[in-house]
Design a protein around this ligand. Structure first.
Ligand code: ATP
Ligand code: MG
Length: 232
């Protein structure tokens, strides 16, 4: 579904990624972990066209590295940025409708809404409420729900559990497991152990380069990965 080869990217003259490679197969959950500043968010931003990099990015076999974000959304690639970004003064329903801005047919939007409400019933209960007044966990579900409105085939999630209370961390991971039936996911997570437990495969990034890769279980059991990234 996604194949990234030798990706270089950064901000202005500062190079942050020095040849990162990874792949995501259809219906997999792949975790991307690593210390703060390793370049995990930069990888996602470059894949979705928010940063221009060098190297190859194939999505369903098509080279997408020169395409812009809104084109990629139409091709089935959705992205939930780090930090629970919602439109604060808009209602839950309006936020979700924004996620389907490429869809003009009302009945398709309605179908997508029902699917998202099925996964996140709390969004239905609170559909008239302003997004700013949702709890942190609810805002994260809204950001994820909005990305699902376009029925993507690949979803990139940046730190979905960051800064949430423990009960919401568990809920978000449970929702990710429910979503796996419908969508392939590449997930960046601070909560590395938990991410590797649910991931089919994972990559450890360090200083803008690949450091380790393997199945979720292999990485969880790798003594060096445990010592360096999972707190021993
Ligand atoms: N807009 C920007 N302009 C300049 N440098 C940036 C910008 N955004 C990120 N960086 C730098 O790029 C490097 C990698 O950042 P990135 O956000 O990709 O790391 P990360 O692995 O996602 O870290 P975290 O776990 O803290 O989210 C960092 O050194 C950061 O300071
Ligand atoms: Mg980040």
């Amino acid at each position: 579904m996604l194949e990234v080869r030798g990706l270089f990217s950064g901000y202005g003259k500062i190079e942050i990624l020095h040849g990162v490679s990874l792949e995501v197969k259809e219906s997999e959950i792949v975790a991307l972990i690593g210390p703060n500043g390793a370049g995990k968010s930069t990888v996602l931003k470059t894949i979705v066209g928010l940063l221009k990099g060098k190297g190859s990015i194939l999505f369903k076999g098509e080279e997408i590295s020169s395409l812009s974000s809104h084109i990629l959304v139409g091709k089935g690639l959705s992205y939930v940025p780090q930090g629970r970004i919602v439109f604060p003064r808009m209602s839950v329903l309006e936020n979700l409708e924004m996620g389907a801005y490429l869809e003009k047919r009302r009945e398709k939007i309605e179908e997508a809404l029902q699917r998202v409400y099925g996964l996140f019933p709390v969004l239905k209960e609170r559909k008239e409420q302003k997004a700013a007044t949702l709890s942190g966990g609810e805002q994260q579900m809204l950001a994820m729900g909005r990305a699902l409105m376009q029925s993507p085939s690949l979803l990139l999630l940046d730190e979905p559990s960051l800064g949430l209370a423990p009960k919401y961390v568990s809920l978000i991971f449970q929702k990710i497991l429910e979503m796996r039936k419908k969508v392939t996911m590449l997930i960046v997570e601070q909560n590395a152990a938990r991410a590797l437990e649910i991931a089919d495969r994972g990559y450890v990034l360090e200083l803008g380069q690949n450091r380790f890769e393997g199945s979720g279980r292999e990485l969880l059991n790798n003594p060096e990965v445990r010592r360096l990234y999972l707190g021993g």
